[in-house]
Design a binder for this molecule. Structure first.
Ligand code: RIB
Ligand code: CA
Length: 323
């Protein structure tokens, strides 16, 4: 299956840096199932849960979908400066509550995530797109540790931030809030940056009927995904009063293959790293009042019907692969 309707476009080489996490799981599934994405590797970071738990969850997800050969490495367990803040209220104690998952994949890289990214980028014949879907700790450290590889990065398509939304505080989105210093490094890097934030991802929702349809499926992957997303939707209902499961991270992966699935504006985005009430805010200069050159293509809306169809195509493809 393809994310993009353009059948002439070559597969986009990507590395996902994630903190699974229910929506990170769907991001990994999307990248693995899509023929127009070339998933070169996965790295994990602490965020939704501890570094130990997000790494274990990634190993379990790769076992579930039969992704035995995708390189996987564990990254940072703590943000650059601040103590770790997890999202147990959203993703549960394991970080992926809601269903029994298969035994974790044993084969993992001995490298640290930052070094696996460097290894994959430096050995690639073409520039690679980084798709971070958790706090940006690993990505910031990669940029600091390997500045000579920056020109081997095609772009960064990240899930994070927001122009007019928030979740973890009234001012901030979780991935940016957990490590705002790392986000500041990434947004000042000069790399081609697409910010897939809550303005778009909160609309990239599977509704309760979609989730019930998955849970009732005969497909092994669809059924497990349905149970996991039922848990995720339950916590979203409890915390935010929202009915459904917003697949924030899966949208970022979709954008890497098909940028036109979202509507974007080029804006200057600064990261607030101080403010008692505003730390972690992605401060988007919507009216250009600062006169600063835009440093990000910011997603403001999404083709929801196209996204939902894509999600069911992904799960159907994995049901076929994992029969
Ligand atoms: O704010 C949503 C983001 O925070 C998603 O990436 C979710 O997985 C959590 O990491
Ligand atoms: Ca995430």
């Amino acid at each position: 299956m393809r994310v993009s309707p353009d059948t002439t476009s070559p597969a986009v080489p990507i590395i996902i840096d994630c903190d699974p996490g229910h929506d990170d799981m769907v991001a990994i599934m999307t990248a693995f199932a899509a023929d127009d994405l070339d998933l070169r590797g996965i790295t994990t970071v602490a965020g939704n849960q501890t570094g130990e738990k997000t790494f274990l969850n990634a190993r379990r997800i790769l076992s579930l979908i039969g992704a035995h050969d995708i390189p996987l490495a564990r990254g940072c367990d703590v943000p650059l400066v601040r103590p770790l803040r997890v999202a147990e209220d959203i993703h549960g104690d394991s970080g992926l509550d809601g269903a029994d998952l298969p035994a974790p994949r044993e084969r993992v890289s001995p490298l640290h995530a930052v070094d696996l990214i460097a290894d994959l980028v430096s050995s690639s014949t073409e520039p690679i797109t980084l798709v971070p879907t958790g706090p940006l700790t690993n990505i910031a450290l990669f940029l600091r540790r390997y500045p000579e590889l920056i020109d081997r990065i095609a772009s960064v398509v990240l899930m994070g931030g927001a122009v007019a939304e928030s979740n973890v505080t009234p001012a901030a989105e979780f991935n940016i809030y957990v490590d705002p210093e790392a986000a500041d490094i990434v947004f000042r890097s000069g790399l081609s940056l697409t910010m897939v934030g809550l303005d778009a991802t909160n609309k990239a929702m599977l509704d309760p009927d979609d989730i019930a349809r998955l849970t009732a499926s005969d497909g092994q992957v669809s059924c497990i995904v349905g149970k996991l997303l039922a848990f995720f939707a339950g916590t979203y209902e409890h915390v935010f009063g929202i009915a459904g499961a917003p697949l924030h991270d899966a949208l970022a992966v979709a954008v890497a293959a098909a940028p036109d699935i979202v509507t974007t504006r080029d804006l200057h985005v600064a990261i607030e790293t101080k403010g008692d009430h505003t730390v972690g805010r992605t401060v988007a200069d919507v009216y250009g009042v600062t006169g600063q050159t835009p440093n990000a293509s910011v997603a403001l809306d999404v083709d929801v019907d196209r996204f939902r169809t894509l999600m069911f195509d992904v799960f159907s493809q994995l049901d076929t692969i994992c029969r």
